[in-house]
Design a protein around this ligand. Structure first.
Ligand SMILES: [Zn+2]
Length: 371
């Protein structure tokens, strides 16, 4: 058993809230962070069927991709679908948490899962909506304590870049200070100028980690009043956003590529807008409803764009732009995240010894069927 908050914290690492689009409504939509969770269910949508599965399998929490409360609710009518769902969830004390566009944009999220499924590498976001703000910390530490402080701030996330962590630079110098009457100096005497061999430790980290990193530094620094500086930087860290653009390892013919897309998704059919006969090497995609990025995919040089919910005039636009387009369905491009998120949470539960059961939605199907 764990508290709902523990699962929420884990989800914050998987799909940080700040990656959500402004219009979105992710997070804990129903329930209490303090409530106990023994069994968790992962799904795409919260609907009557999913709730029935959650109730019959005694789940305490549901994590869905689509937020089932999206617009502000003015009335809760239990004779209407949404009111009835809220009533059932409250009756059985089932919390509901949503990770939506933040899970689309996150590293390892919905779009990256599609890239893995289709063998697309060298990827970048199709539409960058978030650039990580970076800051630099300079802290002055007596030499004997440099390793301790360096390790503590590194453990808190400072100096992480690509496949490296705990990156920093140090230079030697001498620190001078005069302890005043009410001080309790670690080195030196009240009323006497002290000069100490110190190192200047410099490192970079995302601004959002400033709180825990400074806390770790202060906890491990021996001085009563450590001297440190924080500078905003004119460079950014990770880029995040919706969709992906990347490359196939080997070019594929359009028909062969289209069949591969169909066969790797939970879709009985896909729709192809064939605009040219080019072989496919550079691929752009956006899970769910991403027609708005057809032009962006073209500008970035994609040979094909894959998304869902494509309308007639959007298909015509792709033809006008001479870019191939696949509508693989909203459900088809998003449902793969359910099993992957289930597996990710199950691994975490095992590592952290949460002692909870995790299941996933086995009752949802694409509302569209092909006749
Ligand atoms: Zn969606």
């Amino acid at each position: 058993m764990v508290k709902c908050q523990v699962i929420m914290d884990a989800m914050e690492k998987i799909a940080p809230h700040n990656l959500a689009e402004k219009w979105d409504n992710p997070g804990l939509l129903l329930g209490n962070p303090a409530q106990k969770v023994n069994k968790l269910m992962v799904c795409l949508d919260v609907n009557e069927k999913v709730i029935n599965q959650a109730v019959s399998e005694h789940c305490d929490m549901i994590i869905s991709h689509h937020p089932f409360i999206f617009q502000p609710i003015k009335k809760i009518r239990t004779d209407h679908a949404q009111g009835k769902m809220i009533q059932t969830l409250l009756h059985y004390n089932i919390a509901v948490f949503a990770a939506h566009t933040n899970l689309d944009s996150a590293h390892g999220g919905v779009n990256d899962i599609l890239c893995t499924l289709w063998g697309i590498t060298n990827t970048a976001p199709l539409d960058i909506s978030y650039k990580e703000e970076l800051v630099k910390l300079c802290v002055f530490v007596p030499r004997d304590y440099a390793d301790q402080v360096r390790m503590a701030i590194g453990d808190a996330g400072a100096g992480a870049t690509g496949n490296y962590s705990h990156c920093s630079f140090e230079s030697d110098g001498i620190g001078h200070f005069l302890p005043l009457d009410d001080s309790t100096p670690f080195i030196g005497k009240i009323g006497e100028i002290s000069s100490v061999n110190e190192i200047k430790l410099e490192t970079i980290f995302p601004a959002k980690l400033q709180g825990p990193i400074i806390k770790a530094m202060l906890k491990n620094h021996p001085y009563e009043e450590p001297a440190y500086e924080i500078f905003p930087l004119n460079i950014t860290g990770d880029n995040n956003g919706l969709g992906r653009i990347g490359e196939l390892a080997e070019p594929m013919e359009l028909e062969e590529f289209s069949l591969m897309i169909k066969n790797t998704l939970p879709a009985t059919s896909i729709r192809l807008v064939k605009s040219n006969d080019k072989t496919i090497k550079k691929v752009a995609l956006c899970s769910g409803a991403g027609s708005e990025f057809i032009g962006r995919a073209k500008i970035l040089g994609a040979d094909i764009y894959i998304t869902g919910d494509v309308k007639y005039h959007e298909a015509q636009k792709a033809q006008e732009l001479n870019i191939n387009l696949i509508d693989a369905g909203h459900f088809g491009t998003e449902f793969p995240v359910v099993k992957t998120l289930n597996d990710k949470l199950a691994t975490l539960a095992n590592e952290k010894k949460w002692n909870i059961d995790i299941i996933y939605d086995n009752c949802s199907i694409d509302p569209f069927i092909t006749i």
